[in-house]
Each structure stands twice: as structure tokens, then as C-alpha cells.
Ligand binder design. Sequence first.
Ligand SMILES: Cc1ncc(COP(=O)(O)O)c(C=O)c1O
Length: 372
Amino acid sequence: MGTTIFTVMSEMARASGAINLSQGYPDFEGPPALRERVAWHMANGHNQYAPLAGVPELLEQIALKVRQLYGCAAEPKSHICVTPGATEAIHCAITACIHPGDEVIVFDPAYDTYAPCVALNGGVTRHIPLSYPDFGIDWQRVESEVNDRTRLIILNNPHNPTGSVWNEDDIESLRRLVAGRNILLLADEVYEHITFDGKAHLSLLRYPDLAARAFCIFSFGKTYHVTGWRVGYCVAPSELMREFLKVHQNISFSTNAPMQFALADFLRDSPRYHLELGSFYQTKRNYFNQILDKSSFILKPAAGSFFQLADYSRISDESDTMFAARLTREHKVAAIPVSVFYRNPPEQRIVRFCFAKSDQTLAEAARRLERL
Ligand SMILES: Cc1ncc(COP(=O)(O)O)c(C=O)c1O
């Protein structure tokens, strides 16, 4: 396993003095009221181990949230675990159910932590490419790849790196695919609140038959612009959560306490914050697309997430890794080459930009990109 592309590109951006639109994190701060609550809890004695699954106040708030948003009746005591980022939750879920030789279906381009986690558990990933240029799932192809060893399907909606978002047909196809089969689901929904143009987020938690076999994973880091705090959570049926907790207990044991108390307060006091995140990022997506309109990149506006793909085929024939490196070193804007998210990269000339940045940063990046 090599160093992740995010570390590589961020380091190259730093060394070149480039604007970093590569790694997926905001260059602005999270809500002041939330940060103040962390300081308050640190000053008021919430600095020891939190319980294994999370502090009760936060588990209650998460249960309330998933009930209100998705109609899911999650029990705080048996269906939810707060984790050090969605990353740990992904690792726990995979470790909880994958044994040597089990097969796991992954859709490429895929977030780069899935396959290594499967490999660490002795599992085997089957990589199915998303269709091009829409980056949707070819469900017939999935049907043909499923077999007796298929134990888990890893889904990511809204999707990183492509910004695609599921519709009801995807849900129906998934239903048909898993019905009567002993297959579990891992739904990576860290961008649950970031969908655009009126598209609803179709969490698997909305569908009791699918939720009954799913680990659904979320990230407070993405929702509250605090990726460095490392707080996420998993919602799963009690029999899956029991296995999940056995792994979590032996990796991190629990998630940092003051942040959990602060997040519980913030969810209680600002229940609309996450509901407004989609329109916040839609404005940023529109701004970024509009200021790049005069450039030679070809952009199809993302449907969700805070990533925008850009086709550079009118600019260069270079591979995307060469192009991204040159973009960083010579033009001082860092992006992620999309081929690194594939097991077998197709011939595409696409890079990914993160638009979770201040308008000033985006405007300066666009000014540089227009010169190409
Ligand atoms: C699709 C996807 N899943 C999981 C994560 C990890 O989230 P966290 O920072 O909460 O560990 C990311 C972060 O970029 C992501 O894009």
C-alpha cells in the first residue's frame, strides 16, 4: 500500500506554494458556537474516556436526526456508534464482516480507503467501473459479478470523486440485487447533506429492508467543516452493530469526549444547520463553475459532494497524474488525478477539484486555471 494521493498532492501543493484544491477539506472555519462548546466542555471536566459507543447525549441527538431526516427508528443504545471519523467506521464495518476469501464489490473510481481495508482483512475486492460520463452504477454488470463469495457491497452516495448522486432507480436496482442473497451493504454517506438542484439524499436508512443489512456511515467533519476533529458515526442494525463494536473497542475504544459533548449541544441548539449545507455548497459549486466558464476545462456541474470534475482534454494529452503534477508545480493549483481511484484506470483526461474553499481562494485558482 502506498501513501494516499491526498498526502502526495497536498505535500506537492505545499512545496510548490500552490492553491490546494486537491484534498477534501474546507479552508474556512466551522460554526463558532460549536467551537465554543468544545472549549467549554474541555474547561468543564469532559476530558476522560467517552463510553465505547459514544456519549449518551450525542447518541440521542443522532437517533433524533436520523428519525427526522430518514424516518429511521435507530435505538441510541444498540444501533449507533460514534467513531474517530468516518474512516474508522469504514474500517470497523469491513473488519466486522470480512473474512479471508470473502469478496467485496467496489465501484471505481472509489474512495481510496475501501480496498486497503478489505485487503487487510484478507478479503478480495471486485472492482466495477462506474459508467462514463454519468458515473452511475451499471446494475446489470453488478448482477453478473455477484457470486456465492460476495459478502459486502460498498456504496458511496453522494459520490467522491465524481459528485454523482443516486436516484430511486438505483435504490430499486439495489433492492432487486440483494433480495434473497446473503450480502451486506456499507453505505458511505459522508456527503449526505450536500446534494444540489433539489435532489434529495436517498440514504439507505430510508428503506427498512436495505437498512436491515447495512452499515450506514456519516461524518461530522464534512457537515460542520471540522475534518480535523475526526468525528463520524455508524448506524446499523443491532446484530451488525454488536460485531462493529467489537472491532471499534480494539482499535480506538472510543472517540474524543469534548467534541462529542459539543456536537450533542450543537445538534440540539442548531438543528437547521445541516439542512442548509446543500444550498451553501450549491452556491460555491455555481460560483466555481461560472468563474471557470472562460477556461478550456470542460465541466459538468456536480450533483452533490464538494468536488467538481474537470475534463482537460482540450488542454493536454498528458496522463492525469502528469497533468495534475504540472498544474501544481507550474500553474500553482493542486488537483487530484481521478485515475488513482481506479484499479484499472480508463483513458480519461479528468482531474478533481475541491470547491470547499473561500470565494477568494476559488477566484484566484480560476484566474490561474484560465491561463491554460
Ligand atoms: C467518500 C468519503 N468517505 C469517507 C471519508 C472520510 O471521512 P472522515 O474525514 O470523517 O474520516 C471521506 C473524506 O474525504 C470521503 O470523501
